[in-house]
Design a protein around this ligand. Structure first.
Ligand SMILES: CCCCCCCC(=O)SCCNC(=O)CCNC(=O)[C@H](O)C(C)(C)COP(=O)(O)OP(=O)(O)OC[C@H]1O[C@@H](n2cnc3c(N)ncnc32)[C@H](O)[C@@H]1OP(=O)(O)O
Ligand SMILES: Cc1cc2nc3c(=O)[nH]c(=O)nc-3n(C[C@H](O)[C@H](O)[C@H](O)COP(=O)(O)OP(=O)(O)OC[C@H]3O[C@@H](n4cnc5c(N)ncnc54)[C@H](O)[C@@H]3O)c2cc1C
Length: 670
């Protein structure tokens, strides 16, 4: 539906903004020129995709969803070739607009498979495989998780046993629980995969290593002998992706199909150790750091939908008789949505810093320096978990904040939730990731006790315990950062003390760890939140003028809301006192009121085209009712006035009921 007019409430919202939303858009997309380029690419993608008149994905069967996703990738491929796109960011904008929130079957090929080949293969292997993978002759996936194990990688059962006589590995799934399960694109799309299997040579088990295994004929696409492969069936969401299962029955692959950049098996079966055996986990670290940005983007879409709709939706009165208000004027609605707008920006900024840190450490690793690897692992694991939890909860809160219409697929919010919520589970289940971060924090605390210096991101743990916060109604940003760091340092210190005390009482470390794991997760969450707040504060301090003051307010809102949510943790050692808690509560109300006039401009700045939001409620022009009505009218059930099922089941049912009471007189009209 094309609408010439913009809803007047939305128009007013845009006029009353106190800053220029374009300036914020330029920050998000790295300047005016890149923003123009992004808009150009996304407009082109939308125009091209509209020609296909795709039906809403939620109305399709699993097979139709899969087909539509492949068609969308086909369209994207054509455009990418026509425009000769190479730049990763430009490709991601184009693909986002061609397949908005559609889990495409090539996703794993383009991310984990390619990355594993690039980072874990030798130069010779790269020369052999990368041209095939880049030209989609090889379509791969990353097959690590098995039915029985996803988290505990040392428990994987798939084996790759070296046969020195034939110079081959024999890859085998010995049990039902060893069947590879879940890999994206594995079921029907991929013709090969990186199989993560336990390497056995000369009778010794060296644990998980990557192997390239061809699973389908490159021409006929039929599964090869020894391979049983298929789709795992309908899921909570993600149904356009053929997540698959794979059973390997003593499949033989050449020795040099083991990815040998870090560890090798020589022809005679000798195993050569890597410099650090955690380098095999490198692809997971990359994707975890990417997930932070993905989570931020999904939440940004959800808040754009919910805030625009809340500006358009008028329901109930505040002042009796004065007319119905925009629901965004209710303080409770502001409380639901505005901290989430702040969260979307906080996570977006944290993800940029995370990506920069990843690149820096990756470059060091390429040069053989592994010093910062533990820090990178701890940060990426913690931020992956924090961002995906906050985004998933936030998307659902946005749906609830849209009332009844939020429940319709027309809102776009169920689709966002369906593709967003697996982020909590895949690439490392969140609780498990937080425990990895906690493990590092406890180690750092131990190092500190022994007088060692801590690495850059952990320096704040060095601050002395105790003290009290200087927070006052001015809400100085540095006081907020210090409060978050103090709380995290205190929690790390408390839980470390508990672990040490358990040890001194003779409790085994593993038992002490488990019986304190709730607190460990809380400490890791506090650490990750401190990083996000610090990143937010440091970044807004680089802004100037009106934009700076708007973003500082947003930053305060994020930080204050977070403190009030976990108030006990900030007050436990008296760092924040009850007067300050009271003060923060009233500051929160003030901050909501301060952000309110800029709410629409803040979400407009994300610059999502309507087709990317794919939402009747989040439209830029605010013509939500017409769009909802069009969506309803186009429901498949409305294609015929009287359906065949009326004659097949409804009428016979009604007649069977009539027979029970034949005395009722039925008029021609009611
Ligand atoms: C478009 C993209 C879509 C993506 C779709 C999703 C794809 C997927 O889901 S692929 C499958 C992802 N699977 C996972 O993430 C599995 C999660 N599990 C793991 O990562 C690990 O098994 C884990 C970390 C939980 C435990 O591993 P384990 O080897 O038992 O470690 P553990 O004994 O706890 O620690 C060993 C050491 O390794 C370190 N370590 C663990 N992981 C890493 C890592 N990634 N990098 C560096 N160091 C690491 C630990 O910090 C620890 O160090 P230290 O001994 O110095 O303290
Ligand atoms: C949509 C989707 C796509 C996926 N794509 C891929 C893919 O492409 N390739 C691939 O290999 N895998 C893929 N996976 C699998 C995914 O990586 C795993 O599901 C994930 O790593 C979690 O492992 P799990 O399923 O074994 O969970 P489990 O570990 O069984 O988790 C169950 C519960 O146990 C808890 N738990 C487990 N261990 C611990 C512990 N040590 N301490 C405390 N609590 C613990 C968890 O917190 C959780 O609450 C995908 C999954 C999904 C949903």
């Amino acid at each position: 539906m094309a609408s010439a007019t913009v809803n007047p409430d939305l128009q007013k919202e845009r006029q009353r903004a106190t800053f220029d939303a374009d300036q914020l858009t330029y920050f998000l997309y790295d300047g005016p020129a890149n923003t123009r380029r992004k808009r150009y690419l996304q407009n082109l993608a939308v125009q091209e995709t509209e020609k296909y008149k795709f039906r809403p994905i939620a109305t399709l069967s699993q097979e139709q969803q899969y087909e539509q996703a492949l068609m969308r990738s086909f369209i994207s491929g054509q455009l990418e070739d026509r425009l000769e796109l190479k730049n990763a960011k430009e490709l991601s904008f184009l693909r986002e607009a061609v397949a908005p929130q559609v889990a495409v079957p090539y996703g794993l090929h383009m991310s984990m498979f390619m990355n594993t080949l690039e980072t874990q293969s030798t130069e010779e292997q790269k020369a052999r495989w990368l041209p095939l993978a880049k030209s989609f002759r090889m379509i791969g996936t990353y097959a690590q998780t098995e039915m029985g194990h996803g988290t505990f990688l040392r428990g994987l059962e798939t084996t790759a046993t070296y046969d020195a006589k034939t110079k081959e590995f024999v890859v085998n799934s010995p049990t039902i629980t060893s069947i590879k399960f879940w890999p994206g694109g594995l079921g029907k799309t991929a013709n090969c995969c990186i199989v993560m299997a336990r390497l056995i040579t000369r009778g010794h088990d060296y644990g998980m290593h990557p192997f390239l295994v061809q699973i389908r004929d490159l021409d006929t696409h039929q599964p090869l002998p020894g391979i049983t492969v298929g789709d795992i069936g309908a899921k909570f969401g993600f149904n356009s992706n053929d997540n698959g299962f794979l059973r390997l029955d003593n499949v033989r692959i050449p020795r040099d199909n083991m990815l040998m950049r870090y560890s090798q098996v020589l022809e005679d079966g000798t195993y050569v150790k890597p410099k650090n055996d955690r380098l095999t986990y490198g692809t997971m670290t990359l994707i975890r750091s990417n997930i932070v940005g993905g989570a931020a983007r999904s939440l940004s879409m959800a808040v754009t939908i919910a805030v625009r709709y809340s500006a358009v939706r008028r329901q109930s009165e505040i002042q009796p008789g004065a007319g119905e208000v925009q629901v965004l004027d209710f303080q409770t609605q502001q409380m639901k949505l505005l901290p989430l707008v702040a969260t979307a920006y906080a996570l977006t900024i944290a993800s940029r810093n995370m990506a920069a840190f990843y690149l820096r450490v990756r470059q060091q690793i390429e040069q053989g320096t592994l010093e910062e690897l533990p820090q990178l692992h701890a940060l990426s694991a913690g931020l992956k978990a924090l961002s995906s939890w906050q985004a998933t909860e936030g998307i659902e809160a946005c749906r609830l904040a849209c009332g009844g219409h939020g429940y319709s697929h027309a809102s776009g919010l169920p689709k966002l939730y369906g593709t967003g919520t697996p982020l909590v589970t895949y690439e490392g289940e969140n609780t498990v990731m937080m425990l990895q971060t906690a493990r590092y924090l406890v180690k750092c605390h131990g190092a500190l006790q022994q007088g060692q210096k801590l690495p850059s991101l952990m320096k704040y743990l060095e601050q002395p315990p105790g003290g009290s916060s200087g927070l006052d109604p001015r809400l100085d940003l540095s006081d907020l950062v210090t409060a978050y760091q103090h709380r995290a340092a205190r929690m790390v210190s408390d839980v470390s003390a508990k672990l040490m005390s358990a040890a001194s009482q003779g409790q085994k470390p593993y038992a002490a760890w488990n019986s304190n794991s709730v607190e460990l997760v809380e400490a890791a969450t506090a650490h990750s939140e401190a990083y996000v707040v610090k990143s937010f504060v440091e970044t807004v301090s680089t802004f100037s003028g009106k934009l700076c003051s708007v973003m500082e307010t947003l930053c305060r809102l994020y930080a204050v809301r977070g403190i009030l949510k976990s108030l006990g943790e900030f007050m436990q050692d008296g760092y924040i006192n009850s007067q300050q808690a009271k003060m923060l509560r009233s500051c929160l109300a003030d901050l909501l009121a301060e952000v309110r006039p800029n709410a629409v401009a803040l979400v407009d700045a994300f610059d999502f085209p309507d087709a990317v939001l794919d939402s009747a409620l989040g439209r830029w022009d605010g013509q939500v009712y017409q769009a909802l009505y069009d969506y309803a009218v186009n429901s498949k059930l409305n294609e015929k006035q009287v359906l065949d099922t009326y004659h097949k089941y409804q009428r016979p049912f009604m007649e069977s009921q009539w027979k029970k009471n034949t005395t009722v007189a039925v008029p021609a009209r009611l």
